[in-house]
Design a binder for this molecule. Structure first.
Ligand SMILES: [Zn+2]
Length: 74
């Protein structure tokens, strides 16, 4: 059995524990992704974990750090 298949089985057994991080609706397991009742979906990675964080949040943070570092140097 592959890691992702084990993870899918685990998520299916514990589906009631998960909530969508965007709208907080209940989440269902569809194939190899988690989908909430408002159709937000999160794909399972091959190793069995889920990417719930948005990449845009990371880039905003980096930009802010860069700007404040430049300001303090001048
Ligand atoms: Zn949602």
């Amino acid at each position: 059995m592959k890691k992702i298949d084990i993870a899918v089985e685990l998520y299916q057994k514990n589906a009631g524990l998960f909530r969508c991080p965007i709208c907080l609706e209940a989440i269902e397991i569809m194939e190899r992704s988690l989908v909430c009742s408002k159709q937000h979906s999160f794909d399972l990675a091959k190793k069995g974990y889920i990417h719930l964080l948005k990449k845009s949040m990371d880039s905003d943070y980096t930009k802010e750090m860069f700007q404040s570092r430049r300001a303090s140097m001048t």
